[in-house]
Ligand binder design. Sequence first.
Ligand code: THU
Length: 160
Amino acid sequence: MKEIKSTSTFFEYENMAELTLIDQELMQAAIEVRKRAYAPYSKFRVGAAILLDDGTIIVGSNQENAAFPSGLCAERTAIFYAGATHPNAVMLSIAISASSDLKPTVTPIPPCGACRQAILEYENKQEQPIRMLFMGAEGPVIESPSLINILPFHFDKNSL
Ligand code: THU
């Protein structure tokens, strides 16, 4: 038996103002689309904004359903739309902002496991990292230089 270590490096920004202007614009797009999320059941709103290599920003928000599992997270709404409409574009970064209508959300909210898996697929497809920025409604922002950085021991096409 041997020990296998897995390490990840993240960057923390005190708040949005510390981001570059391009990242601020991307996060602002995530915040704006978050406000229009359809989340009548959880009251938890998530917005995601993806920057493509041609400068286009693709956004998505969580879309809930009375049959709960039929809803979809913001990140997958955005990335599937980007994949459908810009199949040859490279996705440079994804910014995510989450807030609850019921309580303040001031800590960074990372993407769920299913969304990590979905984003990994596109990172592998384009063979280039997708930078990730995530935050709550306000407060600190966490940057992960890639998706793979937050999904060790992942399942992908090499597993098939
Ligand atoms: N949600 C997202 O949109 N992204 C995530 O990564 C985690 C959760 C949504 C799904 C659901 O509409 C609400 O947040 C509560 O789970």
